[in-house]
Ligand binder design. Structure first.
Ligand SMILES: Cc1cc2nc3c(=O)[nH]c(=O)nc-3n(C[C@H](O)[C@H](O)[C@H](O)COP(=O)(O)O)c2cc1C
Length: 368
């Protein structure tokens, strides 16, 4: 691939809802555990601003409510202080010409009474013991059987999303991504290993998608559907070992419903994004055919693989995760055919700038 080739598909602009994005690079959502007391910091602002040349920056998972929080030092958007702090982040990204969406996160059952308001049990679709552990102020704890959300409680749950969407607007984001992937609340509703409900929110794929669609409708009423995206990971077991008996059908149902709701994009984790293998093989081309909006492919894409995916039109954009941790100027490196920085694995979740804002830009020398 020629370094100076201006025909590179990943570098072509794209109309994205109301925005004209300069390229097809998406910085994937990534939790970095560097927001003490759940409030974003100036260091977070610098980190995101460094990566603002991506066509689109997605924030790390951000708790929509105190109940939605899974572990400490991940940011929220449920207090005025958090909104003001996020405003500094979005201002910094905008000052560098970037666009940034907030990833709306409710952890559901992947939390702990030590983290929940009033020491309550975390909530989930069904009272099933989840696999895994979660970080708390008192160290790692096993997950517990969640409180099964009652039908009466669902409107208040949707209100949590509505309020967070309003706050995201006040915080200066350009849009929101509803997190329905990686084993968190909406994914717990989607997949039948975690959802055994017998009411309108369980059973058929349509029923298990119902909460997602209601949340997307509520959020779209605030943002406009053209500024709303959704993240899905139908066959990624996640750290919490979720699975579904028929993920092709589930994902097709989700995409058809999201198409009808007219959301701007779907960000698809293709395969498994953690150490476990995917639960199934999926036909992503068939799935893509169900959705007329922008399809963002993700998971283990190299730059060459991403280029091929956009060139072949099997994706409109590509989200890069780990490459974006290590390469703030990933777009420029790609355009120039430059080499990439290596990931500093040891400092992915360090509390400070190491492995966060100290990756060199092109022409700077490495500190790693
Ligand atoms: C450190 C780290 C944190 C992550 N946090 C999130 C997150 O907050 N929300 C999310 O949807 N995905 C999260 N992911 C998954 C990434 O967005 C992405 O799907 C995954 O890294 C695969 O893409 P990649 O191969 O380009 O890294 C995280 C991944 C990493 C490595």
């Amino acid at each position: 691939m020629s370094a100076s080739d201006s025909q590179l598909a990943l570098l072509a602009p794209i109309q994205f809802g109301p925005y004209r994005l300069p390229n097809r690079f998406v910085m994937s959502a990534m939790t970095r555990n560097r927001s003490p007391r759940e409030v974003p910091t100036p260091l977070n602002a610098l980190y995101y601003a460094q990566r603002a040349s991506a066509g689109l920056v997605i924030s790390e998972s951000t708790a929509i409510s105190a109940q939605g929080l899974g572990w400490n030092d991940t940011p929220g958007i449920f207090t005025d202080e958090q909104v003001q702090a996020w405003r500094q982040v979005t201002d910094a990204v905008h000052a560098r010409g970037g666009r940034m969406f907030l990833q709306m996160w409710h952890c559901g059952r992947n939390s702990h009474p030590l983290t929940q308001p009033g020491g309550q049990r975390p909530v989930g679709p069904s009272a099933i013991l989840p696999h895994g552990t979660v970080r708390t102020r008192e160290g790692r704890q096993p997950l517990q059987v969640p409180h099964e959300i009652t039908l009466d409680e669902i409107p208040a749950l949707i209100d949590q999303y509505r309020l967070a969407a309003t706050r995201a607007m006040a915080a200066g984001f350009d849009g929101v991504e509803v997190h329905a992937a990686n084993g968190y609340l909406l994914d717990q509703f989607l997949r039948d290993s975690s959802n055994v409900r017998t009411d309108a929110y369980g059973g058929s794929a349509e029923n298990r998608c119902r909460l997602l669609f209601e949340v997307v409708s509520a959020v779209s009423a605030i943002w406009g559907r053209e500024r709303v995206g959704v993240r899905l990971s139908p066959v990624s077991p996640s750290n919490y070992r979720l699975s579904d008996s028929d993920p092709q059908r589930l994902a097709a149902t989700a995409l058809a419903g999201l198409d009808a709701l007219g959301v701007c994009y779907v960000a698809m984790v293709e395969g498994s994004s953690n150490a476990l293998p995917p639960t199934h093989d999926l036909d992503y081309a068939a799935l893509r055919g169900k959705f007329g909006g922008i399809y963002i492919a993700n998971n283990a894409f190299t730059l060459d693989k991403g280029e091929a995916a956009v060139l072949q039109r099997r994706a409109d954009m590509v989200a890069f995760g780990r490459l974006y941790i290590a390469n703030p100027d990933l777009v420029e490196r790609y355009a120039r055919g430059a080499s990439l920085n290596a990931l500093d694995e040891a400092n992915i979740y360090s509390p400070d700038h190491r492995g966060y804002t100290d990756y060199p830009f092109l022409g700077e020398s490495s500190t790693h």
